[in-house]
Design a protein around this ligand. Sequence first.
Ligand SMILES: [Zn+2]
Length: 76
Amino acid sequence: MSHIPSTQKLFTEDEVSRVTGICINHLRKLAQLKHLGSLVRAAGAEAEKWLFTNSELMILNVLCSRCDHEDQQLSA
Ligand SMILES: [Zn+2]
């Protein structure tokens, strides 16, 4: 697992995905299933994005191991 910067308070789904190795699709499903993270819509942005706290990132990392499939470009 990669080093998690402890000073950072919020992580985007892209950052969490990169750090944990969990793909975006699984990450979003996990977030909904476990009630982790916050779904936010940035001003002017088309898509909603998940934001996770440092502790939620840790939980996700424990809950789910790194994805070993290669289909990370699949749409949800
Ligand atoms: Zn996956």
